[in-house]
Design a protein around this ligand. Structure first.
Ligand code: HEC
Ligand code: HEC
Ligand code: HEC
Ligand code: HEC
Ligand code: HEC
Ligand code: HEC
Ligand code: HEC
Length: 427
C-alpha cells in the first residue's frame, strides 16, 4: 500500500495530474495497474544513503563571477520551483473574500460543511480546514512550510510535522488566480496525511537528506533542505572550480566544472531527462545521487507501461522529442537547441526561428499558401498545444484541462489550415 501511496503522491503534479477537486482517470485500469507492480521500487543499499555534499558551494558563490548569468537565472521557473514561504513566494490570496475554498458539492461531501480558509498569522501562513456544525465542529490548521511550483500553472504547499513532510489539502491554480483542492485529493475531505517522498523533491529542489532508504519515506533532516534548482543541480559540485578560478590556475588540463555543452548529445538529454521523462520509472539509486554527465539508465529504469509507448504530454518532453524525425535524423538536436535554461521570456516566434537552423521555410508544403509569414508560425502547427483527456480536473463543476506543448515534432494533419495554427488540439 505504501508503494501505491508513493506513486499516487508523485503522480499528482505536472506529470500526469493537474488540479482537480475530482479527477477522472479515463484509463483507470491501465494507470493503476502499471503504476503499482509489486516491488516497483526497491530500496537501495543502506550505505548509499548519504550522498556526499561537501563539494557543493551554493549559488551565492557562483554569483561572484557569473553575476550576469545568475541575475537572469534567479527569475526562472527552475530556480523558483521550490521556495520557503513568504508573502511573495506564496501566490494564493490571503485577502478576506479571496482566501477561502468552499466545497460546493455537498451531496458527496464526506465531511459536511467543509470549508478551507487561508490565514496570514503572526507565525506564518496557514491553511485551516473547518467542517461540521454546532458542537460538532472539526478544525485543523497547519502552516505552509514549503512552496512547490513556480506558479506557471500553480503551486502546492507542504508542511512539517517533526521530521515528516506532508502535502497540504489546498493548492493554488494560476489560471483564475484561485484556491483549489490539491491534485489527487478527494473532493470534500480535509486530508492532511499525504506524505511527500524524496522523488518529489529530487525534481523540485536541489537537495534534502532523507532519513531512510525507503523510496516512500517522508522523513528528512529538515536543516539539509536546499530549495529551488540551483546551478550545481546541472553543473555538479563547484568547490574545485571556485578554488581554481580564485587562484587563477589557468593551465589546468581538465575543466574544473561540468559544462553540458561539452557532453555527447545523449548525455545532454539525460541531464534534462532526470526530471523531464515522466514518472513511469523505477529508481535504482537514492534520490539526489544523479550527477549530470552520467548515463541516466544507471539511475532510473523505465517501467514497462503503455505510457512508454504513448507518452503523455505532461512532463515527458524527452520521450516525445525522441520520437521526432528531427531528433532521430539530425544527431545534434537536444533540448538546448531551443531552450536556454538560464533565462526566461523567450517568444514563440523565436522558437520557430530555431526550426530554420535546419529547415528552410520553403521546405514546408504550407509555405506555398502562406508565403513567408509562415516563418514565425512553425511551432503552431508542428508542436501544437494539447489538452490531455487522460486526467480531467474538475473544481466546483468546472472542468480544467491542463495544456502543454507536444514535443513530438511532426505533421499534425488537423492543423493544416492556416489560421487554425495554435488552436488547442484535443486528442
Ligand atoms: C572566482 C570566479 C568564479 C567562480 C566563483 C565561479 N566561476 Fe565558473 N568560471 C569562471 C571563469 C573565469 C570561467 C571560464 C574558464 C574557462 O573558460 O576555462 C568559468 C567557467 C565556467 C563554466 C564553463 C566551463 C567549461 O568547461 O566551459 C561553467 C559551467 C561554470 N563556470 C559554472 C560555475 C558555477 C556553477 C559556479 C558556482 C558553483 C561557478 N562557475 C563559480 C569563474 C568562476
Ligand atoms: C520526475 C520529476 C517530477 C516529480 C517526481 C514531481 N514533479 Fe512536479 N513537475 C515536474 C515537471 C517537469 C513540471 C513542469 C510541468 C511539466 O512538464 O509537466 C512539474 C510541475 C509541477 C507543479 C506546477 C509548477 C508550476 O509552476 O506550474 C507543481 C506544483 C508540482 N510539479 C509539484 C510536485 C509535487 C508536490 C510533487 C511530489 C509530491 C511533484 N511535483 C513530483 C517534475 C516532477
Ligand atoms: C537546468 C540545468 C542548468 C542549471 C540550473 C544551470 N545551468 Fe548552466 N548550463 C546548462 C546547460 C545545459 C549548459 C550548456 C548550454 C549549451 O549547450 O549551450 C550550460 C552552460 C553554462 C555555462 C557555459 C556557457 C558557455 O557559453 O559555454 C555557464 C558559465 C553556466 N552554464 C553557468 C551557470 C550558472 C552560473 C548557473 C546558476 C546561476 C547555471 N549555469 C545553472 C544547464 C544548467
Ligand atoms: C532537477 C530537476 C530538473 C532538471 C535537471 C531539469 N529540469 Fe526543467 N523543470 C523542472 C521542473 C520541476 C520544472 C517546473 C518548474 C516550475 O514551474 O515550478 C521545469 C521546467 C522547465 C521548463 C519550463 C519553464 C521554463 O523555464 O521555460 C523548461 C523549458 C525546462 N524545464 C527545460 C529543461 C531543460 C532543457 C533541462 C536540461 C538542460 C532541464 N529542464 C533540466 C525540473 C528540472
Ligand atoms: C537540428 C536540426 C533540426 C531542427 C532544429 C529541426 N528539425 Fe525538423 N527535421 C530535421 C531532420 C534532419 C529531419 C528529417 C528529414 C528527412 O527525413 O528528410 C526533420 C524532419 C522534420 C519534419 C518531418 C517529420 C515527419 O515525421 O515526417 C517536420 C514536419 C519538421 N522536421 C519540422 C520541424 C519544425 C517545425 C522544427 C522547429 C520546431 C524543426 N523541424 C526543427 C532536423 C531538424
Ligand atoms: C524544436 C524546439 C524545442 C526543443 C528541441 C525542445 N523544446 Fe521544450 N518547448 C518548446 C516550445 C516552443 C515550448 C513552448 C514555449 C511557450 O509556450 O512559451 C516548449 C516548452 C517546454 C516546457 C514547458 C512545458 C510546456 O508544455 O509549456 C518544458 C518543460 C520543455 N519545453 C522541456 C523541454 C525538454 C526537456 C526538451 C528536451 C527533451 C525540450 N523541451 C526540447 C520547444 C522546444
Ligand atoms: C499552418 C500550419 C503549418 C505551419 C505554420 C507550418 N507547417 Fe510545416 N507542414 C504543415 C503540414 C500540414 C505539412 C504536410 C503537408 C505539406 O507538406 O504540404 C507540413 C510539412 C512540413 C515539412 C515536410 C514534412 C515531410 O513531408 O517530410 C517540414 C520540414 C515542415 N513542414 C517544416 C515547417 C517549418 C520549418 C515551418 C515554419 C517555417 C512550418 N513547417 C510551418 C503545416 C504547417
Amino acid at each position: 500500500m505504501s508503494d501505491i501511496l508513493a506513486v499516487l503522491n508523485i503522480i499528482k503534479w505536472g506529470l500526469r495530474g493537474m488540479f482537480r477537486a475530482k479527477f477522472v482517470f479515463v484509463s483507470v485500469s491501465a494507470s493503476f495497474l502499471f503504476l503499482c507492480p509489486a516491488g516497483a521500487f526497491h530500496s537501495p543499499k543502506e550505505d548509499q544513503l548519504g550522498t556526499d555534499r561537501t563539494d557543493y558551494v551554493g549559488d551565492a558563490s557562483c554569483q561572484k563571477c557569473h553575476g550576469d548569468v545568475d541575475q537572469n537565472y534567479e527569475h526562472t521557473p527552475h530556480r523558483l520551483t521550490s521556495q520557503l514561504p513568504t508573502s511573495i513566494s506564496v501566490l494564493g490570496s490571503f485577502q478576506s473574500g479571496a482566501n477561502s475554498l468552499i466545497i460546493v458539492d455537498s451531496t458527496q461531501t464526506a465531511e459536511p460543511g467543509l470549508q478551507f480558509h487561508m490565514e496570514s498569522r503572526k507565525d506564518g501562513l496557514f491553511e485551516i480546514a473547518r467542517s461540521g456544525w454546532g458542537s460538532h465542529v472539526y478544525q485543523r490548521a497547519e502552516r505552509i512550510d514549503l512552496v512547490t511550483g513556480s506558479g506557471v500553472r500553480g503551486q502546492t504547499y507542504l508542511y512539517w510535522q517533526g521530521d515528516r513532510l506532508f502535502e497540504l489539502p489546498v493548492s493554488y491554480w494560476s489560471d483564475g488566480h484561485r484556491w483549489i483542492n490539491s491534485p489527487g485529493y478527494i473532493d470534500g475531505t480535509a486530508d492532511f496525511s499525504r506524505p511527500v517522498n524524496p522523488a518529489c523533491l529530487e525534481c523540485h529542489a536541489t537537495y534534502i537528506q532523507a532519513l531512510s532508504t525507503d523510496p516512500a519515506t517522508n522523513r528528512y533532516d529538515r536543516r539539509s533542505l536546499v530549495p529551488g534548482i540551483l546551478c550545481e543541480s546541472c553543473h555538479g559540485p563547484g568547490a574545485n572550480h571556485v578554488r581554481q578560478e580564485l587562484r587563477h590556475e589557468t593551465k589546468k588540463k581538465e575543466p574544473s566544472i561540468l559544462n553540458p555543452a561539452k557532453f555527447s548529445r545523449d548525455l545532454q538529454v539525460d541531464l534534462c531527462a532526470e526530471c523531464h521523462n515522466g514518472i513511469q520509472r523505477e529508481a535504482l539509486k537514492p534520490a539526489f545521487s544523479y550527477v549530470s554527465g552520467q548515463p541516466l539508465n544507471e539511475y532510473f529504469k523505465p517501467l514497462p507501461t503503455p505510457e512508454v509507448e504513448h507518452p503523455d504530454v505532461h512532463g515527458n518532453q524527452v520521450g516525445l522529442l525522441q520520437r521526432s524525425k528531427c531528433y532521430r535524423s539530425s544527431k545534434q538536436m537536444s533540448c538546448s537547441t531551443c531552450h536556454d535554461v538560464h533565462t526566461t521570456g523567450q517568444s514563440l516566434e523565436s522558437y520557430s526561428l530555431k526550426c530554420l537552423s535546419c529547415h528552410t521555410w520553403q521546405s514546408c508544403g504550407m509555405s506555398r499558401k502562406m508565403g513567408h509569414e509562415i516563418m514565425n508560425k512553425c511551432i503552431d502547427c508542428h508542436m501544437p498545444i494539447e489538452e490531455t483527456n487522460v486526467i480531467v480536473s474538475q473544481t466546483a463543476g468546472q472542468v480544467v484541462h491542463a495544456k502543454m506543448r507536444n514535443h513530438w515534432i511532426k505533421v499534425y494533419p488537423d492543423l493544416s489550415m492556416p489560421g487554425n495554427g495554435g488552436k488547442s488540439l484535443r486528442l
